[in-house]
Design a protein around this ligand. Structure first.
Ligand SMILES: Cc1cc2nc3c(=O)[nH]c(=O)nc-3n(C[C@H](O)[C@H](O)[C@H](O)COP(=O)(O)OP(=O)(O)OC[C@H]3O[C@@H](n4cnc5c(N)ncnc54)[C@H](O)[C@@H]3O)c2cc1C
Ligand code: SF4
Length: 498
């Protein structure tokens, strides 16, 4: 790899990077993908709650410095890193944004629709069209049908229907039906964990393997430190191997940055690229988990049940705020040892005892883009000698209004299902980070043009979640994938011009 030259270099192997790399390699372009994480282990420890959630075996060596909720200090947060990006840990919920969500975008839903369809096919999404009350129009059915609800999800469906809501199955990128690949066994360590069977349709198990067969070269443990610019063009990327610490430099005609909405702006800043908008308008959804405590064991057989979604309230705040409200989804309950570990001192024993009687709902509320919610670089350096990445973030009163509105309705459903006590938790991670290198129609208001090209360069495109000018009210991965497929098609059609 050292000093090699390619048609295209892709940085990052999440939804953005894998979808572009898949498209470029299918078109016969000599493409190299650089990813700082290693391949997922796929061993028993990947389903061990202590190993993943407490000991954090995939934790990055480079902490993020986070200042949030009005705090004065930056505190370190060690996120996971691996080949396939956050798709390895994600829950597989694969929803499309709705037509109204595109009001602030330089393109409309109709332009993205064919790529949503393609993304659903590539990711093997199992879903049920026609049951989501605010579902946007679609040109094709889901590639595979949803599987029946397990008992914990049935309990919530019955309760929600009894309240007059219209719950529907979450479209899931999990292999329940293709006999040619490992099939899901409905275990309870899915959302937040790698699938040791490769039954989750994460990118390492699907698109990246397919792209390798098409000729894509993949370098794991390759940390890109900076992009090198000459005039209006990027000519090379420079970085170092995570294990040997040996430096590398790779040149190419085309560069695609897909490091995620926190690391992509950081890399642009390290490279002195992009205008004053790079890093700003970071969003993450205003998420909360409502936990209900039941007078019975809620999931005695420990089966998978992230299967139910409620979108009834999606448009309730559109007139007031111009945003979606969001959705409510089923989410698993961590093991007693994990709940005990993270419970406040004094409540640890009690929290561990009630864990088996809990059932939870996740509330995903749209958050507003604020210029001061920002990714910057710190003066401190990581073990590789690179500036640490700083993130400062606060929510608006409107963000909290939408989240609390959803939480009140989640409590209603849990109460109707039999819950007696409730506790609402906020989610401190940046798992749904988007928006920090937004696309738009003018360089005054956006960092990227409508094709996701950095305005000031000829041959650098940014395709992870950072392109999104609003977060919408559904989980972001399918939108990131669809947009990356759109940009990938543009790049293969215009390769001679970039
Ligand atoms: C626990 C969890 C559950 C989730 N569940 C869902 C869900 O059910 N549905 C959904 O839609 N979304 C879900 N999400 C969110 C979803 O996973 C992310 O929105 C999505 O993966 C982001 O894709 P991306 O391409 O923007 O970036 P990422 O997935 O973050 O990929 C970026 C990649 O770039 C690499 N990288 C960064 N910088 C460099 C560098 N300098 N050099 C080399 N490599 C670099 C990173 O290591 C990473 O692998 C979940 C997230 C988490 C954490
Ligand atoms: S629920 Fe299915 S896809 Fe998810 S980790 Fe378990 S076996 Fe894998």
């Amino acid at each position: 790899m050292n000093s090699a030259s390619y048609d295209a270099v892709v940085i990052g192997s999440g939804f953005g990077g894998a979808c572009v790399a898949h498209t470029l390699s299918a078109a016969g372009l000599r493409t190299l993908l650089l990813e700082r994480g290693g391949w997922p282990c796929r061993d028993d420890q990947d389903w061990n709650q202590r190993a993943i959630l407490i000991d954090k075996r995939y934790q990055s060596d480079s902490p993020l410095l986070i200042r949030q909720y009005g705090s004065a200090d930056f505190k370190p947060l060690y996120a996971n890193e691996t080949m396939g990006g956050m798709s390895i840990f994600y829950g597989g919920a694969s929803l499309r944004l709705r037509e109204n969500d595109f009001a602030r975008w330089p393109l409309g839903y109709a332009e993205l629709e064919p790529y949503y369809t393609r993304a659903e096919q590539l990711l093997g999404v199992h879903g049920q069209a026609g049951e989501d009350p605010f579902e946007p129009p679609r040109s094709a059915p889901y590639p595979m049908a949803s599987v029946p609800l397990t008992p914990p999800a049935q309990r919530l469906r019955d309760a929600a229907q009894g309240l007059g809501y219209r719950p529907f199955p979450i479209p899931l990128a999990i292999n329940f039906s293709d006999p040619a690949r490992p099939r899901c066994i409905l275990c309870n360590t899915c959302d937040g964990f790698p699938c040791k069977l490769e039954a989750k349709n994460d990118l390492a198990a699907t698109l990246l393997q397919q792209a390798q067969a098409q000729g894509l070269e993949i370098a794991a443990g390759a940390i890109v430190a900076r992009l090198v610019r000459q005039g209006g063009r990027i000519t090379a990327v420079e970085g170092l191997d995570k294990t040997s610490r040996q430096p590398f430099s790779v040149s190419a005609r085309l560069f695609v940055l897909a490091g995620g909405a926190i690391h992509s702006p950081a890399l642009l800043l390290r490279s002195g690229l992009g205008g004053p908008l790079v890093g700003r308008f970071l969003m993450r959804h205003c998420n909360g988990v409502v936990a209900g405590v039941f007078p019975f064991a809620t999931n005695p057989k420990q089966v998978y049940h992230k299967q139910l979604c409620l979108a009834d309230f999606y448009e309730d705040h559109r007139a007031q705020y111009g945003t979606a409200t969001g959705v409510i989804q089923d989410i698993y309950t961590p093991a007693p040892q994990v709940i005990r570990h993270f419970a406040p001192r004094g409540l640890k024993h009690l929290a561990g005892l009630v864990a088996g009687h809990m059932q939870n709902l996740l509330c995903i509320a749209e958050d507003e883009p604020l210029p001061d919610n920002q990714v910057t670089l710190s003066n401190q350096r990581d073990v590789f000698g690179l500036e640490l990445v700083q993130v400062q973030h606060r929510y608006t009163p409107g963000d909290y209004t939408r989240r609390d509105y959803l939480a009140a309705r989640a409590r209603r459903v849990l109460r109707a299902a039999g819950a007696l006590l409730f506790k609402t938790y906020r989610i401190d991670s940046f798992s749904h980070a988007v928006g920090s290198v937004r696309f738009g129609t003018s360089p005054e208001h956006s960092a990227l043009d409508p094709n996701c090209r950095l305005w000031e360069t000829e041959n650098l495109f940014v395709v992870d979640g950072s392109f999104m000018p609003s977060s919408g009210g559904v989980n972001p991965s399918l939108t990131i994938a669809a947009n990356a497929l759109r940009v990938g098609e543009y790049l293969t059609g215009n390769f001679d011009k970039v």
